[in-house]
Design a protein around this ligand. Structure first.
Ligand code: HSE
Length: 306
């Protein structure tokens, strides 16, 4: 095989109660990438469609992660990358994570799979680092493994696959304002109170148990963020209204997707998801901010060959 086309999903990270450690992928939204082997060694980005991103190998998330893989194995060939971006950078639904995972997955497939998924996650984290100036794998792990993932540790990297209850849907609203991950990390306090930390531990433990037992009531009680949301929600117009109205209508939970500005709600079943989507739309229709919405099942697949 000399050429491959791959799809890498958008992802929701943090998921209210698991800042920097929890995430899941969407089924219907994501980026595509074509990677081709070349006889000349090295890496070149030949096309970027969708959004403006750097062609320089040291500045593009996809090539930085691909380079980390190449440096590790030194293959006897090079690679050309075509990027078809569908996820807007800075949206909070794992745009950089999708780029970082597509390239390492594609090159690994072209080389006959010398690396396992955990190793690919490690390479992709190098790309994610240049987008956010911090190491975290809560978008990358779900984009590689599929389903709910808990990043148990970064050094050494340990990723746990959690069950995904089959009726679970996600609704996303993406207000078209830009919040850079580095900025929305910058506004976070460096320390948290012991009582907030304790509450957060119990929420995350509750959600993990709820996922294992498909206990939707426990899920609803656990999707709370005592650490991050109060700081970042100030950057997202109408956040409180999105959250209160979607939960009043029956959503299981609603919080900021990744570092924002996207906001997600989890629902049981598609009908409720469509209902929540219309609530999200009606909240934002009153403002002059453009927005996009998505309804998706939570995907049990990560990046795939198409
Ligand atoms: N966990 C990260 C954050 C995700 O919230 O900053 C953004 O990439």
């Amino acid at each position: 095989m000399n050429e491959i086309r791959v799809f890498s999903p958008a992802t929701v990270s943090n998921v209210a109660c698991g800042f920097d450690v929890l995430g899941f992928p969407l089924e219907s939204v994501g980026d595509e990438m074509v990677v081709r082997k070349t006889t000349k060694k090295g890496l070149v980005i030949t096309k970027i469609e969708g959004f403006e991103l750097p062609f320089e190998i040291s500045k593009n998330v996809a090539s930085v992660s691909a380079q980390a893989l190449i440096d590790c194995i030194n293959p006897d060939c090079g690679f050309e990358i075509e990027i078809y971006k569908k996820i807007k950078p800075g949206s909070g639904i794992g745009s950089s994570g999708a780029s970082a995972t597509s390239s390492v997955y594609a090159i690994n497939e072209l080389l006959g799979r010398p690396f396992n998924k955990l190793e690919l996650t490690n390479f992709a984290m190098k790309g994610e680092f240049i987008a956010s100036n911090s190491e975290h794998a809560d978008n990358i792990a779900p984009a590689i493994f599929g389903g709910f993932n808990l990043v148990k540790s970064l050094h050494p990297l340990q990723v746990l696959q959690l069950p995904t209850p089959k009726d679970l849907y996600v609704v996303i609203i993406h207000p078209q304002i830009e919040i850079k991950t580095s900025e929305s990390r910058g506004i976070l306090p460096k320390t948290v109170s012991l009582s907030d930390a304790t509450k957060q531990l119990s929420e995350l433990g509750g959600l993990v148990h709820a996922l294992h037992t498909s206990d939707y009531e426990l899920m609803k009680n656990s999707l709370n963020d005592h650490l991050i949301e109060k700081h970042r929600s100030k950057l997202i117009p109408h956040f409180d209204e999105l959250q209160s109205k979607s939960i009043a209508a029956g959503a299981i939970g609603c919080s900021i997707s990744g570092s924002g500005p996207s906001v997600f709600a989890l629902t049981r079943g598609k009908d409720m998801a469509i209902n929540v989507e219309s609530i999200f739309k009606s909240v934002y229709s009153k403002s002059n901010i453009n927005f996009a919405t998505y309804v998706s099942k939570i995907s049990s697949n990560g990046v795939v060959t198409i």
